[in-house]
Design a protein around this ligand. Structure first.
Ligand SMILES: [Zn+2]
Length: 200
């Protein structure tokens, strides 16, 4: 079984990258996809909630300025938690401290010194989507009614925000398990064993 390593093993060559800094078109496409994933998730979660918590639909809410400020604060917190979950999984597989950055329009976690094998990187990529999604569904079932709309909103935001993670995951799916990934935070680089490229 291959594990994460700080040294690119012999015989590995660069086979591709996802670089949102360089590839503006991909960055924009992913943002548009994120928006649609958000809307779809919001709709599906609302439908699910109507099914499991039917009395919710009697509640009507209004948005105040204070409420909006709270929501913005909570969204920043949500994305911080999302990146921390990526970070925890980076730590699980590398046993070293990941890097974090919070920019104006995005946040990221990365492990720039490491080469991480496909299966492990899949877990790193999907960790926040799965964990926050599962916690959210549980909360939809159990939380007080007045929180439910917030929970739906945040889980939908998280799912939309994971559009880039899903894109990386889809890409990983096509790679052999022996491939290695290096993630600086905004650039993911793929390495494959020379032999798997020569004889696919
Ligand atoms: Zn993510």
């Amino acid at each position: 079984m291959i594990t994460s390593t700080k040294m690119l093993p012999e015989g590995y060559v660069l086979s591709g990258e996802i670089n949102l800094k360089k590839n503006k078109r991909l960055a924009i496409t992913l943002n548009i996809a994120a928006f649609f994933v958000f809307v779809l998730s919001f709709y599906l979660l609302s439908s699910f909630t109507a099914l499991v918590r039917p009395n919710l639909m009697n509640i009507s809410g209004s948005i105040t300025a204070g409420g909006a400020a709270v929501v913005v604060g909570l969204v920043i917190m949500l994305f911080t938690i999302h990146e921390l979950i990526h970070g925890v999984f980076f730590w699980v597989f590398t046993r070293s401290k990941p890097v974090f950055a919070l920019r104006l329009f995005y946040a990221y976690a990365g492990a720039p010194d490491w080469y991480i094998p496909t299966r492990q990187f899949m877990i790193v990529a999907l960790g926040p989507l799965v964990i926050i999604g599962a916690a959210g569904l549980l909360l939809i079932l159990l939380a007080p009614i007045r929180w439910i709309m917030f929970i739906i909103f945040f889980v939908a935001m998280n799912t939309g925000g994971a559009a880039g993670d899903l894109f990386v995951f889809a890409r990983l799916f096509k790679l052999p398990p022996t491939s290695l990934m290096n993630d600086t935070g905004d650039i993911v680089t793929f390495y494959e064993r020379q032999s798997t490229i020569d004889h696919p």
